[in-house]
Design a protein around this ligand. Structure first.
Ligand SMILES: Nc1ncnc2c1ncn2[C@@H]1O[C@H](COP(=O)(O)OP(=O)(O)O)[C@@H](O)[C@H]1O
Ligand SMILES: [Mg+2]
Length: 202
């Protein structure tokens, strides 16, 4: 297994990182995304989809467990893999995973599973585990920011207006992305091409 860590400061950067990753991906690959609600798992998947040249419209699949985004013949990557986007949050047992028949689409697709840890590892011999971590408390307010005075108690765990404002999910905030490459598929692959490398451990 190799481990890599990246940092992004905006949603766009997270998508660019995913686009870079997508260039390494091929049909049969499994990507497992973890991280709390709002960490950026769906945002990341949108970047993957863009680079893979699949049909757009990647949204949080919370109410639909699986969405298949077919590769577009008139896109920029014709003949490439489809993207299968899964939200496993509500899938408690491996049996329920088997019911949605991901095996069927694995061979022709890149399969991305949000909340997939301990649920879908059995689908493939190799996988990428990617954890998105949201910085606690979000970005510090800029000097002169008129909400500055209201953030003085931000470290004591209380919620005030400024905290609520900072938690607005459309605000760009730093994220750390931790990637673990598991299995023979990833032997010798240099993930530093993803960009914004924080440090590397092997
Ligand atoms: N650095 C960042 N990386 C990813 N998303 C970010 C970042 N900064 C802010 N965001 C925002 O956080 C939200 C992440 O939501 P989403 O991708 O649906 O999360 P999840 O699928 O993990 O629940 C989006 O509104 C996105 O714009
Ligand atoms: Mg999501």
């Amino acid at each position: 297994m190799t481990a890599w860590e990246f940092a992004t400061s905006t949603a766009t950067q997270t998508q660019q990182l995913a686009e870079n990753l997508a260039r390494l991906l091929r049909a049969g690959d499994l990507v497992i995304l973890s991280g709390e609600l709002g960490a950026g798992k769906t945002t990341f998947t949108q970047g993957l989809g863009r680079s893979l040249g699949v049909r757009e419209g990647i949204i949080s699949p919370t109410f639909v467990l699986v969405r298949i985004h077919p590769n577009l013949a008139d896109g920029h990557n014709p003949g490439g893999p489809d993207l299968v986007h899964v939200d496993a949050y509500r899938l408690a047992t491996p049996g329920e995973i088997d019911d949605i028949d991901l095996e069927n689409t694995m061979d022709t697709s890149v399969t991305v599973v949000e909340w997939g840890v301990d649920r879908v590892e059995h689908l493939a011999a190799s996988r990428l585990d990617i954890e998105l971590v949201r910085a606690v408390g979000g970005a510090l307010p800029a000097p002169g920011d008129e909400t500055l005075g209201q953030t003085e108690d931000a470290d004591d765990g209380s919620m005030d207006f400024a905290d609520t404002f900072d938690a607005d999910e459309d605000d760009d905030e730093p994220r750390t992305l931790r990637l673990n490459a598991v299995g023979p598929r990833w032997d010798g692959i240099d993930f530093s091409v993803l960009g914004q490398l924080v440090n590397t451990t092997e």
